[in-house]
Design a protein around this ligand. Structure first.
Ligand code: BDR
Ligand code: CA
Length: 305
């Protein structure tokens, strides 16, 4: 199995991503790191522990990470994810706490000493990895691949007209990670808005009948209700699971090399400038997803829990 570290801010769709990863034998899920994003980092950490416990993976260590972005003032998305970050879902109390080491220190130590380079899935603001890269630039040798949910090109933003939340929340961190020189795939709103939790898909999720599936339904129902006026019957997007689905089945996505930069200042803060086909490509930018097959895969994984 591929050694995988998930860096996240759960968050309803982060929890769906955690469920999918926890259920996938293709991964050796080494650890989950948390970062301030959708809600405060303490809440994200509790949610990650709860989601892993519900997924039967209470053995996976959770490292709590950065409480604030590198330079900008914190922004949260509890208006979307609810005060708890979990919508209407209530997760079982975690059986254990977070590890005594912070996420940045753990990332530095782990990436420095890795026998084989590791895969990083980032589904929140990129503050933890960016901080680690600034403190210890040599850790790039321990990174095989980074897959990140963030940004928007043809689609407008979701937190400002120009910016997607994860990039907006810490644009300086996004820029550092994008420039780190390791293989990086960026899955932005152009792709994730194609994977929706429609009523028919919500019914399929509920029909699984397990505690994890019920929790997932309760989370997505909350976001669907909030987005109802905007998206109607299409349902809200399953942004973060796309990262795990990409790692499992990249063939379900269309993608092309691109030069991607995160704008850090002013009205365009958090905008990702995506130049497809650039000779200076620093990333792979996904452009589309086979949503039906991707949702089938997500459901098949959640059904294993
Ligand atoms: C991203 O922002 C967060 O609210 C979601 O969890 C996802 O990672 C989508 O823009
Ligand atoms: Ca997230």
């Amino acid at each position: 199995p591929r050694p995988l570290i998930i860096d996240c801010d759960p968050g309803v769709d982060d929890c769906m991503a955690l469920f999918a990863a926890a259920a996938s034998p293709e991964f050796d899920l080494m650890a989950v790191c948390t970062v301030a994003g959708n809600v405060r980092v303490e809440t994200c950490t509790a949610n990650a522990l709860g989601a892993l416990a519900l997924a039967g993976r209470g053995d996976v260590p959770v490292y709590s990470g950065c409480q604030t972005p590198l330079s900008v003032e914190p922004v949260f998305a509890d208006h979307i994810h609810g005060e708890s970050g979990l919508g209407c879902a209530v997760l079982p109390p975690p059986q254990r706490g977070a590890e005594p080491v912070d996420a940045v220190s753990w990332l530095i130590e782990t990436l420095r000493t890795a026998d084989t380079p590791l895969t990083l899935a980032i589904t929140g603001p990129a503050t933890n990895l960016a901080t680690a890269l600034m403190e210890a630039p040599d850790i790039t040798a321990g990174i095989a691949e980074i897959v990140v949910m963030g940004g928007a090109d043809l689609e407008g933003g979701n937190i400002t007209p120009h910016a997607e939340f994860n990039v907006y929340a810490d644009p300086h961190a996004a820029q550092i990670v994008l420039a780190c020189g390791r293989p990086i795939t960026v899955i932005g709103l152009d792709t994730t808005l194609q994977l929706r939790c429609t009523p028919a898909r919500m019914d399929r999720l509920r029909a699984i009948g397990s505690p994890a599936a019920h929790a997932g339904w309760d989370m997505m129902a909350h976001v669907n209700a909030i987005y109802g006026e905007i998206y109607g019957a299409e349902g809200a997007a399953l942004h973060d699971p796309c990262v795990i689905l990409y790692l499992l089945r990249p063939d379900l996505f269309t993608a092309e090399p691109a030069r991607i930069a995160a704008l850090t200042e002013g009205e365009m803060r958090g905008h990702s400038s995506v130049t497809r086909g650039s000779p200076d490509a620093n990333a792979v930018w996904t452009t589309g997803i086979d949503a039906e097959a991707a949702f089938d895969l997500l459901l098949e994984r959640i059904a294993r829990l």
